[in-house]
Every structure is written in structure tokens, then in C-alpha cells.
Write a protein that binds this ligand. Structure first.
Ligand code: PMP
Length: 401
């Protein structure tokens, strides 16, 4: 029977949405979940996606509702691979790619595969990280450990502590989760030198790097620059690694569930064997991934004009986010809000760890009807030219109490 079941607390982001919905104040603002909004606080269908959608609709024949092969839509996952890794030359044969149910599906498929094939004694997650990493890896049954990442007093990456803990405590074969760019939730990434040190540590300690790449284009607005860390690990030629790639944010295809898992192995033969195992797992989860979103993404990635237009769309999103970062920092400075606010501008991607305590977050919610996660993480894309003033005043009020 199910009598023993106790209520399960809602995921923090979803419960925040519920409380927001129930608030009748007309000036309420939500800075919670990681979705892009335009300056009118509305969802934005990327013009490149709109065009690709029309092309896909026109070219659909009576086979449009057929099943895809188990590894998914090949024109999509090979184009996704090339976007991420750039020019691969002979190395392409060492990579297995599968089309997955978005970034979450790629994380899950990769986790299950590693659990079954290499039996890691632990997976190391950054502290903090995307909450679903904890969920996925504990459901898969791998021991979850965390490594220091964010230093709340410097409001920056705690690189030395991160290295010390991993060098002292991680053991050979452990999986190391890394955010490829635009770390969620802190908005703080390692520098190129730091990435090189992390890669060297993976080599000497025998750790398996698993990149989560959900924000390609959101860190710098430049896809090649944002793919730098993944390409660097690949170019060393010594490491096997995995990448979970999502198109939810950079194409705004959230509900279409478009993603890919890439596994870089030592040889073409291993890659081919791994593909069989990954396909078996995928069969058990979803049989085949869904088609429509992947056709839209493939059309963009494979049509030069549309691809250029997509790059422009990404620029639009990343520059709006940057402008909002600047606006919030400037307003806090002009209000004379106690503390330093430079990090709001220097952090990257969609999120900012503003540096508020849970009490301050509660005060902001109660007095100003502005909703954010208890950690003080805000989605910068929730700010608009109209509401940024209210957000700055609310932070100012809470900080001064
Ligand atoms: N990884 C990270 C770090 C994320 O922030 C997200 C989305 N919030 C995902 C993966 C997965 O996104 P999706 O499944 O929608 O592609």
C-alpha cells in the first residue's frame, strides 16, 4: 500500500511559482526560474526559430509522425556536436552522440551509463549547482559529494578550496560535474588558466569530466568562446569526457525538449560499442526522443542564413541580460545601498547570486512582492527597464533593515 507516503515538498522553483501566482498584488515580480523573458516580461520566440518552424512545417510529409531511430535525429545530433566541438578532424569517430529529451535527459542518460559502465565511487557536484543534478545522480544511485565553488564573502569562485578538496578527497574514476559556461546558479565561471588546471587535475587523478552545457551563447554571446572549456579538455587528447547539451535556453525551445549527449572515448571502436549501450538505456527511458524540436534546431544549425540569424538572436538575449545587470548595479550604487554590487555586472549568463541572506529574501517578498530563491539567486532575464527600479529599491530596503 501507499499508506507510508508522506507529502513531498515541491521543488523550490515550482513552489515559488505557486506563491507568486497566489499573490494578487499588481506590481509583483518573479525572478525565479531560468527562462528568458523580453523587456515586456513576455516569453520570446526567437525569429530564427519561427522561420525554421515554418520550413519544418512545409517540408513535413506523411512520415512526420513516424518514430525516429533510438539514438534520435542524426542531422540534429551531428550538427549539435559540431557546434559544440568545432572542427573535429579525425577525432569525430571517437565521439558518440545521441539526441536526448533536452539537457535533463542527457544528464540522466549519461549518469546511468557511467554508473553501469565505470561504477564511480562518487560524483562531485559544485556547491551550489543546478538542483536537479542532486536529484538525477541520487536517483541513479551514485554517491553524491560536493566540492566548494562559491565563496559568499568574496562573491567569487573559491578556486583554491575547490582544487584542494578535489585533490585530497576525490578518487580515481569519480565523476566531476562541471558547468561548461554560465554556471547556474552563481553566474561565475573559471578563467581559462583555471580550466587548464582543472583539466590537468582530471588527468593526474583519473577523474571523469562531465560537462553540463545548458547556456552556450549566454556567457559571452559568442558560441566559440563559450565552448572553450569543452574544446580545451577535448584538445588535450588524453581525457575521456561527456557533455550534456541543451537547446532549451539558447533556442528558447524549452517545452520542445531538445538536447544531446556526447561521449568522448579513447578510440572509435569504444565509441561504437558505447553507442549500443547508450541506445539500450535510451530505449528503456523514452524509446525514441521527440522529433519536432530537433528538426527545428537542425534546420537552424544547417541553414547558413538561419544560423547567422540565430547568432543575432542570441546576441539580443545576452545583450539585454547584460544591460539589465548594468541597470541593477547602477541603481543600487546611486541609491547608496550598503555593500558592493560590482559582481552583479561582472557575473555572466542568466543568473546572479546577488549576495542576499534568506531573511533579506523573505523581507523583499513580504514588503515588495518580489519573488526569488532563498539563496538570493535571481534570474536577470526577469528584470525589465520598467521593474528594475522597484527591484533595486526593494533590495536597498532589505539590506538597510
Ligand atoms: N543543466 C543546467 C545547469 C540547467 O540550468 C538546466 C535548465 N534549468 C538544465 C541542465 C536542463 O534544461 P533542459 O532539460 O530544459 O534542457
Amino acid at each position: 500500500s501507499f499508506l507510508h507516503l508522506r507529502p513531498m515538498p515541491l521543488d523550490a522553483i515550482y513552489s515559488l511559482k505557486e506563491t507568486f501566482k497566489a499573490d494578487s498584488n499588481e506590481n509583483k515580480i518573479i525572478l525565479g526560474s531560468g527562462v528568458y523573458r523580453d523587456d515586456q516580461s513576455l516569453p520570446w520566440v526567437l525569429p530564427s526559430v519561427e522561420k525554421a518552424d515554418e520550413i519544418v512545417a512545409k517540408t513535413q510529409d506523411c512520415g512526420r509522425y513516424e518514430y525516429l531511430p533510438i539514438p534520435g535525429y542524426a542531422p540534429f545530433y551531428t550538427a549539435a556536436r559540431d557546434l559544440l566541438f568545432g572542427d573535429l578532424g579525425d577525432n569525430a569517430s571517437r565521439i558518440v552522440s545521441l539526441h536526448t529529451v533536452a539537457g535533463t535527459g542527457a544528464n540522466r542518460l549519461g549518469a546511468q551509463f557511467l554508473k553501469e559502465t565505470t561504477h564511480p565511487s562518487a560524483v562531485w557536484l559544485p556547491d551550489p549547482t543546478w538542483v536537479n543534478h542532486h536529484n538525477i545522480w541520487s536517483q541513479v544511485g551514485v554517491n553524491v559529494k560536493t566540492y566548494p565553488y562559491w565563496n559568499s564573502s568574496t562573491r567569487a569562485l573559491d578556486f583554491e578550496k575547490m582544487l584542494r578538496v578535489l585533490s585530497d578527497e576525490a578518487t580515481e574514476g569519480d565523476v566531476l560535474i562541471l558547468h561548461a559556461c554560465a554556471h547556474n546558479p552563481t553566474g561565475v565561471d573559471p578563467t581559462k588558466e583555471q580550466w587548464m588546471t582543472i583539466a590537468a587535475m582530471c588527468e593526474t587523478k583519473g577523474l571523469f569530466p562531465f560537462f553540463d552545457c545548458a547556456y552556450l551563447g549566454f556567457a559571452s554571446g559568442d558560441l566559440d568562446e563559450d565552448a572553450w572549456a569543452v574544446r580545451h579538455f577535448m584538445s588535450r587528447g588524453t581525457l575521456e569526457l561527456a557533455v550534456a547539451q541543451s537547446f532549451s535556453k539558447n533556442m528558447g525551445l524549452y517545452g520542445e525538449r531538445v538536447g544531446a549527449l556526447h561521449l568522448v572515448t579513447a578510440t572509435a571502436e569504444i565509441a561504437s560499442n558505447a553507442k549500443g549501450h547508450l541506445s539500450r538505456l535510451q530505449r528503456g527511458y523514452v524509446s525514441q526522443p521527440p522529433t519536432r524540436g530537433a528538426r527545428i534546431a537542425a534546420t537552424i544549425l544547417r541553414t547558413p542564413d538561419l544560423y547567422q540569424e540565430w547568432l543575432f538572436d542570441i546576441q539580443q538575449m545576452s545583450s539585454r541580460i547584460r544591460n539589465m545587470r548594468r541597470a541593477l548595479r547602477d541603481r543600487l550604487i546611486s541609491l547608496g545601498t550598503p555593500g558592493s554590487w560590482e559582481h552583479i555586472f561582472s557575473q555572466i549568463g542568466m543568473f546572479s547570486y546577488v549576495g542576499l541572506t534568506a531573511e533579506q529574501v523573505a523581507i523583499i517578498e513580504e514588503y515588495s512582492h518580489i519573488y526569488m530563491l532563498k539563496s538570493g539567486r535571481i534570474n536577470i532575464a526577469g528584470l525589465t527597464t520598467k521593474n528594475v527600479e522597484n527591484v533595486a529599491r526593494a533590495i536597498d530596503h532589505a539590506v538597510r533593515l
